[in-house]
Each structure stands twice: as C-alpha cells, then as structure tokens.
Write a protein that binds this ligand. Structure first.
Ligand code: 8YV
Length: 321
C-alpha cells in the first residue's frame, strides 16, 4: 500500500525530480500558484500527508476536510503562523517546519536590505535609471556609515538572529540583542543581551527576527518607535504582523525612522501602497529565503519529515506546542 501525499505548491526542479524515487509514496502535486481554498480542501481529502507553504491556511476546516487518515503536515517554512497547532493536536496530526536550512539565506537577505537602505542603493539606482542629470556632489545620497561603529540591535537572537550578528560583526558593527527567552546581561557569541527598551534607545539599525505570536504582534508600534533613536533604521525579515505599518509610515514621514527594509507585510500578498511610495523604504516580496540551494534544502526537509512520519518514525523537525 502506498502513502498518498498532497504537495500544495510546485517546489524546485531538484525536489520534483526526486519524488519518483521515493518508494512506497505517490504524490499529488499542485501548481506554482497557490491552490484556491476549495482546491486545497478537496485535494487534501483522503491524503495521508501534506506538504504546504505559508500561503495555505491549515486550520480545523483543513483537518476535517482531509479526514482521519491524515498523519502529517510539513510546512516548507521555519515560521508556522499559518497553522493552527491546537487543531492539529486535536486531529492527531504531526506538524513539521524547516528550521536551520534557511538561516544563512535569510541572514544574507537581511544584510542586503540593511546595506541597501542605509546606503540608499535603490534610491540611487532609480535616480541613475531615470536618467536624472547629475554631477558629483558631497551631499549626494549620503547615508549611514555602517562600519564606523554603528550599532545593530537584533530583536530575537535565535539561529537567524545569530547569523545576522555574525555578518554585522564582519562589518565592524557593534551588535546587541533583546530576546524574551534569554537573560539580560547574558553574552551569546559575543552579543550582549539587553532589555528591549535599551536596545531601541541604543540602536542605529533595528532588525527583527522573532516569530509572529500574540506577544510579538505590533511589537514595533508608535510607542516602541518613540523609544528608538532619532533617525534609526528598521529591517523586518520576520513576519509582517510584527510591525504596525501605519506607525512605521508615520515615523518615516516625520524622519524619526530614516529608512526601512521590509520583506514581510501585514496584509500579504497585498502591500500597503503607502509603503511602496516612500523612497526610504525598500520592499522585497517575502524572498529572504529565496536561495537556490536553500529552497532545495527546505523542500528536502519537508519531504524527509513526511516520509519519516508516514514510515512510523520520529519527524526530523517536529513543531512542538
Ligand atoms: C519562506 C519564511 O519563504 O521560512 C519561513 O518562515 O518566511 C520563508 O522562508 C516561506 O515561509 C515559504 O512558506
């Protein structure tokens, strides 16, 4: 008897090519575009496992539509705010994610946004691309001196936060972090843990690396922005809901925040046009983990998780409630 697995989105070619060699499994594979809700619910019906991404909402209705034989849902993401873990537990379904394999790519992207925003790369590229007449001037596109002792404040010093800290150290930045799971005064790989309030007051650049939880929703809001240094920068490669975008836009307009690099948005895939309009804000469409080898590794880990659980073994990277 073969195990039947629904893969909601077309993953990379390398993962596609491997599926035929997975003995004892058959795969029902979706398209590049996300399935509609109706399609998701009808295609998961009767399946033993599912591989999904953040575009699929995995909730009570999903588990009920799938049926009692569903054993595992593997999210192709480290974040799992698209999944109702309590509903999964009620239905006895194991949930897995893809931690670790995307740390480097996500940290690289964070740093790319940090450099782009602080050194005004996109503004300058648009200026040149529009054919604006120019002559060199001492005030042109002046930005933050990253390697002259600028302080980076990392909120959430997990695997990705630490990977960002290592890159910042190579740029001679001073790095501090705030992390609800660590103790103030602790030093982790040379990074001092401080209170969030102290971090906001001291950082030239604040970078967010926390999961979206009830406690982190709108962690950056009008009040916490007021605690930031005047003219600081904000980078968000975590989840859109961590930032109150209206407060960010107001802070950009007042000059309180000088620039922002944003990869994740509150209303994804919709982006507030006001964010896009501001030249000081550089936006990317949730592509922080979009490295070729990283996307293969994420797909492979999701596949390994599904195969392990349906073969009666422990999941490789289970999400624990
Ligand atoms: C993914 C991410 O691109 O892993 C995460 O949590 O946000 C990104 O790496 C995305 O979640 C794909 O489902």
């Amino acid at each position: 008897m073969s195990h039947n697995v629904y893969i909601a989105r077309l993953l990379t070619d390398n993962i596609q090519n491997k599926l035929a060699d997975v003995d004892g499994f058959t795969f029902d594979i979706g398209e590049i575009a996300p399935p509609s809700r109706e399609e998701l619910l009808s295609r998961v019906a009767g399946k033993d496992g599912a591989i999904v991404t953040l575009t699929e909402k995995i909730d009570e209705e999903f588990f009920a539509a799938a049926g009692p034989q569903l054993k595992v849902v593997a999210n192709v993401a480290v974040g799992f705010d698209n999944i109702d873990l309590e509903a999964a537990a009620r239905h006895g379904v194991t949930i897995t994610n893809t931690p670790g394999v995307l740390d480097g790519a996500t940290a690289d992207h964070t740093f790319a946004l940090l450099l782009a925003v602080c050194r005004r790369i996109v503004e300058a590229d648009n200026f040149v691309g529009e054919g604006t007449p120019w002559i060199w001037g001492p005030r042109m596109f002046v930005g933050l001196d990253i390697s002259a002792g600028a302080t980076l404040g990392i909120i959430g010093l997990g695997r990705i936060g630490l990977a960002v800290a290592r890159r910042a150290a190579a740029f001679d930045m001073k790095v501090i972090a705030a992390d609800a799971t660590r103790t103030v005064g602790e030093v982790v790989e040379g990074v001092e843990i401080v209170s969030q309030e102290d971090l906001l007051a001291a950082s030239d650049v604040v970078s967010l690396h926390v999961p979206l939880l009830p406690t982190t929703r709108h962690l950056i809001n009008a009040d916490t922005i007021a605690q930031m240094k005047d003219g600081a920068y904000l980078i968000n490669c975590a989840r859109g809901g961590v930032v109150d975008e209206k407060a960010l836009i107001a802070a950009i307009d007042s000059g309180k925040i000088r620039g922002a690099g944003i990869d994740t948005f509150e209303g994804e895939p919709n982006i507030d046009p006001e964010l896009i309009k501001r030249p000081q804000i550089v936006c990317t469409p949730h592509t922080a983990s979009a490295g070729e080898a990283t996307r293969d590794a994420m797909g492979q880990l999701a596949l390994d998780n599904v195969v392990a659980v349906l073969s009666g073994k422990e999941a490789v990277t289970p999400v624990r409630m």
